[in-house]
Design a protein around this ligand. Structure first.
Ligand code: SF4
Length: 1015
């Protein structure tokens, strides 16, 4: 906040004055025999309070300046919840007031190593936010009327438990759903749902990262890359990793480390991001052409013979490919190389230049740099292009083709499968897989979808495919985050479709406004969670905890419930789920309660202390010994330090020999896949596609034969890296079984002459979806989202100057925003960040006072209209800073105007839009929205026609290949196709005919543009 400063000395004189006062205060304290501020532990920029002093850390109060007022703090670790990186934080708990003064980085955290982005310290804003929800609330008028009454937790819990108990008892299990935005934890919620026997987990992943994940999964059987950036020679990013990419702060600091050691950074981003501005090579491609660039680089490696021949021979499933697609050739590696040489020959630099708009000579230079990296080639592709385009999953699949050609897989400076650098401990109770299948999340049309088809839920409910009795959202704001938010609003206000809508949330949101119960949950420093993420070549586990609980326990108090330390009646989810589960099954007759009972005290409720204490004691290798060395229990150790590194320098697990003890009862396929014939054997749960008569319990692959040795391999059907995907071939997509190029739905061929591409996906470094709007510091830094327009386009559209209002027209409506004329965007493309345009309706809570404009929302003959009634203004609250808000422009909610674009293979929502941009009409106002939800339904139906439903293509009578990852995997029997769904005849889905530039699944012109069907 801007504050006026009066009467203070400045410059060197001011520092001298401060130094003199500090010296005097130190001398006085020492004379009294007291501790004074001891200064940082080290003398360089990585200076942090040493852990030995965390019980009583002394600093001078900045507020008391110029007086030298000592404040004594207890430093308590927790984990940031403001993005997926889960960086370590240290809460500075004032020993006098018992309140948190600030958050800084935890130097003991192996992933973040004490560093944070702006959003980490801003956690204090969320904790002290005057607009946060402090008590359970129940709707007291019609849904969406903005009328609420405070209720007790008991009332809310009993009402919800009764509904859920009835649904389970009446075999309506699929009417219970928990929809998760940011999970921020590893498996707790899935475990709760499994204990209820419901397939009710839903996620946000298909509006986020499914496209990126799918390409990696078809290669490795693992859906995320884990680049060893710090040791790389070349870093290739199709994302903005220095400011906002996946695990960005832990990655960004390691990329910076590599650059200091001479690594080259190549960034593909149509927009001049902060990351692009720091790159050695910034390529600004036509959106959707990224895979063509990757293939041109791959082709260069192949044609020039600059690939790791031995790695390809040993680890690619080339033998499967030859057998399926070239059975007439001798089945030798040399023959495969001959085929390989022709597969990508069309992807010359000239071809990629024509698609991408980037000069062929530049592409050739970049390819040469990539080739020089050898096995020290680290890459990442996340959201960005993979989330923007039809077929975007091929962006990450073609990117990993480069890694796989270079042999830069699980090497120092290369890219690992994420699961090797992540550790998920076994919990105290493990319920069985649910016996049911949720068609509302996993519909038959999308058998290969990487994650739940979450963003289609409103359309499925509107079509009558099912209903929800009790629908929870958690760290999730579907009306605002998803495309087509007004279709969400239509079903969420329909009590026939959603019987009871519950928002578990710390803050009000566009979605919580329509809920029946709004239940206050804790922010990052007010709840327990564990997590482990792939941020370097190693494994760590982090512990989020309510910091005031840990602080008070250090002082000898006993805390049994997070509500005893949290503000108001704010709770944590773990304790909430345990209590709710007990009330659903009070006598244990439903078989649920057993998974929420104490082991130490049978018949009593499980506590979070026992849950995490058991986990740290029994499931985290090395932690008990480390804790014992300091005379602590593992739980005490984690409460004190917050994170534990289990292993570093993991190396390539695929090359580890399988011990002889695991090879006693095994069968070996012709291609060398080794799997146990005993159910329950160790190893990943893989049933090779095409294997004879899969075991209903799932045979478990234990390894793969490589040059006569059985090695661990990869968790794919073949056990090798799958250059050719037997799964895509067998499930109706043989033309996309190889890494290839799919023309986007916004390919120039499909745009009308007056259309341009809208990039709508990019994050801002200081904002994060819904919850950062309740952090005033972040709002001051970034609070609007103008439309980036190249000067040439601005001239073409008749837009005179930055700040002019423009109308951006989509397939289903339009939004009105301000123009930002900049050369930081490619001509023919405009861009707008999705983090802005928060809104609130009246009457109702203020929501996010620094960021939510008050709007009017009405439905008329042409559809919905939203218009701003009042901008953000200063207001009086418990926080004086709310009177200092100097901004009123909070941007526009563009996502409302986007229809759904589900990719027929990955299921990813393809975010990019074909739009028309023109000067706003005279009556238009900034933030105006118009949306026709009938048109949105029509676009949904068009994209649905692109799919190959499981009933038509399943080769084995299942809904989905069992080996593919899936949250909360149901029991094997639930995978069977339902009666009447149909089944492909054996061999009906021919695996032949694979082509890297195969026909596009987008040929049916899903966006209603001018392309002709070619499928
Ligand atoms: S990168 Fe920033 S927002 Fe994300 S976890 Fe780390 S400190 Fe928090």
């Amino acid at each position: 906040m801007k504050r006026r400063r009066r009467g203070r000395p400045s410059g060197p004189g001011r520092l001298d004055a401060l130094g003199a006062r500090v010296s005097a205060a130190r001398a006085a304290a020492e004379a009294r025999g007291e501790t004074f501020y001891q200064g940082p532990s080290r003398v360089h920029l990585a200076s942090f309070p040493p852990k030995e002093r965390w019980d009583d850390w002394v600093e001078l109060s900045s507020r008391a300046w110029p007086a030298a007022d000592e404040r004594h703090y207890m430093l308590v670790p927790t984990t940031c919840f403001n993005c997926e990186s889960a960086c370590g934080l240290l809460a500075y708990v004032d020993r006098q007031t018992g309140q948190v003064r600030k958050f800084e980085g935890n130097p003991e955290h192996p992933g973040s190593r004490g560093r944070n982005c702006a959003k980490g310290p801003a956690t204090i804003n969320q904790v002290t936010d005057p607009d946060r929800i402090l008590y359970p609330m129940r709707r007291s008028g019609p849904r969406g009327s903005g009328q609420w009454e405070r209720v007790s937790w008991d009332e809310a819990l009993d009402a919800l438990a009764a509904r859920i108990r009835a649904a389970i008892s009446q075999d309506r299990r699929n009417e219970i759903m928990v929809h998760i935005g940011r999970p921020g934890e590893d498996g707790y919620t899935e475990r709760v749902l499994a204990s209820w026997g419901v397939d009710g987990h839903n996620s946000h992943t298909n509006v986020c990262s499914s496209g990126g994940r799918t390409g990696f999964q078809f290669w490795m059987g693992i859906d995320r890359p884990s680049p060893d950036h710090a040791n790389a020679k070349v870093i290739y990013l199709i994302s903005a990793h220095l400011e906002s990419g996946h695990y960005f702060n832990p990655h960004a600091q390691r990329i910076t480390q590599a650059r200091a050691n001479g690594a080259k950074v190549i960034v593909l981003d149509t927009r001049l991001s902060n990351t692009a501005s720091q790159a050695d090579y910034w390529l600004s491609p036509q959106p959707g052409s990224e895979a063509a660039i990757n293939l041109a680089i791959a082709n260069h490696l192949i044609q020039a013979g600059r690939y790791d021949r031995e790695f390809v021979r040993q680890w690619w499933n080339w033998a499967d490919y030859l057998a399926a697609c070239h059975p007439g050739r001798p089945q030798t590696f040399e023959q495969f190389e001959e085929v390989l040489a022709g597969l990508y020959a069309e992807f010359t630099f000239s071809c990629a230049a024509a698609e991408s708009g980037i000069d062929a000579a530049v592409l050739a230079e970049v390819a040469d740099v990539v080739a020089g990296a050898g096995s020290r080639f680290a890459c990442h592709s996340w959201r960005s292009a993979a989330a923007g385009n039809l077929g975007g999953w091929q962006v990450s699949r073609t990117l990993f083709l480069i890694s796989a050609l270079l042999g830069a897989v699980a090497t120092e400076g290369g890219t690992f499968p994420n699961a090797w650098n992540k550790f998920v401990p076994r919990p105290i109770h493990v319920p069985p897989h649910p016996p049911v299948w949720q068609d509302l999340s996993w519909p038959l049309e999308y058998p290969l979808a990487q994650n739940e088809m979450s963003f289609l839920l409103p359309h499925f409910l509107a079509e009558g495919r099912g209903r929800l009795d009790t629908y929870f959202i958690r760290v999730y704001n579907p009306v605002w985050t998803n495309p087509d938010g007004l279709s969400w609003m239509e079903v969420l206000t329909d009590e026939d479709k959603v019987g009871c809508f519950v928002a578990l949330t710390p803050t009000w949101s566009e979605s919580a406004y329509f809920a029946d119960y709004v239940l206050p949950m804790g922010h990052g420093p007010e709840r327990h969670d564990t997590h482990s993420y792939e941020q370097y070549n190693g494994q760590w586990i982090g512990f989020r905890q309510p910091v005031l609980r840990a602080a008070r326990e250090r002082l000898g108090e006993q805390i049994t419930d997070s509500r005893q330390v949290n503000p108001g009646e704010v709770w944590e989810e773990n304790e909430f789920w345990i209590e709710l589960s007990w009330r659903i099954d009070p006598d244990g007759s439903l078989g649920i309660r057993q998974y929420h009972e104490s082991r130490a005290r049978p018949g009593e409720k499980l506590t979070v202390d026992e849950y995490y204490g058991w986990m740290f004691e029994h499931s985290v290798p090395g932690l008990p010994e480390r804790a014992a060395a300091e005379g602590l229990t593992p739980l005490q150790w984690m409460r004190r330090y917050g994170a534990f590194e289990i292993i570093s320098q993991n190396g390539g697990l695929h090359t580890q020999p399988v011990p002889a003890s695991e090879l006693e009862d095994v069968a070996v396929t012709a291609a060398g896949r080794v799997y146990s014939t005993a159910a329950g054997a160790a190893g990943p749960n893989i049933v090779p596609v095409g294997a004879p008569e899969p075991d209903p319990d799932g045979r478990r692959a234990v390894g793969v034969q490589v040059d006569g040795q059985v090695l661990r391999g990869f968790p794919t059907p073949s056990g090798r890296l799958e250059f050719w995907s037997s799964t895509l071939a067998a499930w109706g997509w043989p033309e996309h079984a190889l890494p290839g190029y799919i023309k986007s739905h916004v390919h120039p061929d499909r745009l009308a002459p007056d259309q341009v591409v809208l990039l709508s996906t990019f994050r801002l470094p200081t904002q994060i979806h819904t919850r950062s709007a309740n952090a005033k510091w972040l709002d001051e830094l970034a609070h609007t989202n103008p439309v980036w327009i190249h000067p040439a386009d601005a001239a073409r559209f008749g837009i005179a100057a930055t700040g002019d209002l423009v109308r951006v027209e989509t397939e289903i409506g339009y939004f009105v925003a301000k123009a930002w004329i900049t050369e930081g965007i490619r001509p023919g493309v405009v861009a707008c960040s999705h983090h802005m345009g928060r809104w609130r309706l009246e009457p109702g809570p203020r929501a996010a006072g620094a960021m939510a404009a008050t709007v009017g929302l009405h439905r008329g003959p042409g559809g919905w209209r939203m218009q701003r009634r009042a901008p953000v203004r200063p207001y009086v609250s418990a926080d004086p800073d709310t009177q200092r808000f100097w901004w009123s422009d909070t941007g526009v909610h563009q996502n409302l105007t986007f229809p759904v674009h589900p990719d027929p293979i990955s299921g990813m929502h393809c975010w990019h839009q074909a739009v028309r941009v023109r000067p706003a009409d005279p009556g238009d106002r900034h933030g105006d929205i118009a949306v026709d939800t009938d048109a949105a339904r029509e676009v949904y139906r068009q994209w649905l026609t692109l799919t190959h439903p499981a009933g038509q293509v399943s080769p084995d009578g299942t809904r989905r290949p069992r080996w593919l990852m899936r949250p909360l995997k149901p029991a094997p029997a639930a995978f069977r196709l339902p009666d009447g769904a149909g089944q492909a005849s054996p061999g009906g889905a021919s695996p032949s005919g694979a082509s890297p530039s195969g026909a596009s699944p987008g040929g049916a012109s899903p966006a209603g543009q001018r392309a002709e069907p070619d499928r």
